[in-house]
Design a protein. Structure first.
Length: 114
């Protein structure tokens, strides 16, 4: 099973940027927008496939950069399902809520020095 937060990825980002404070700021922005993005996905899932696809893509990319591979994976699946398998979208949204909650918790732990 994939860990909610790949600490080696986020530590690599710190090394690449050379500054933990910058990564902390990026993580804090991500967390401040996460629930809004999830709400946008729920709202657009049934009637606005373009918005759903765009938000899933944005969340996928940001999650991958921060080492939240599970969130990125479900977002990729959601992005694909919007057109290919719309009936799968509700289940993917539920899965995304769960993995995003785990990822959020682990990222907050990382921010607190854990």
């Amino acid at each position: 099973m994939q860990e909610p937060l790949d600490r080696s990825a986020i530590d690599g980002l710190v090394n690449d940027l050379g500054d933990r404070d910058t990564v902390r700021a990026v993580a804090e922005v991500y967390l401040s927008q996460l629930r809004t993005r999830l709400g946008e996905l729920r709202a657009s899932a049934t009637g606005d496939p373009d918005t759903c696809r765009r938000v899933a893509h944005t969340l996928k990319s940001a999650s991958a950069v921060l080492g939240l591979g599970g969130v990125a994976r479900v977002c990729r699946n959601l992005e694909d399902a919007v057109d290919a398998d719309p009936a799968a979208v509700p289940a993917l949204l539920r899965e995304l809520e769960a993995v995003a909650g785990d990822g959020e918790s682990h990222l907050r732990d990382w921010l607190s020095g854990g």
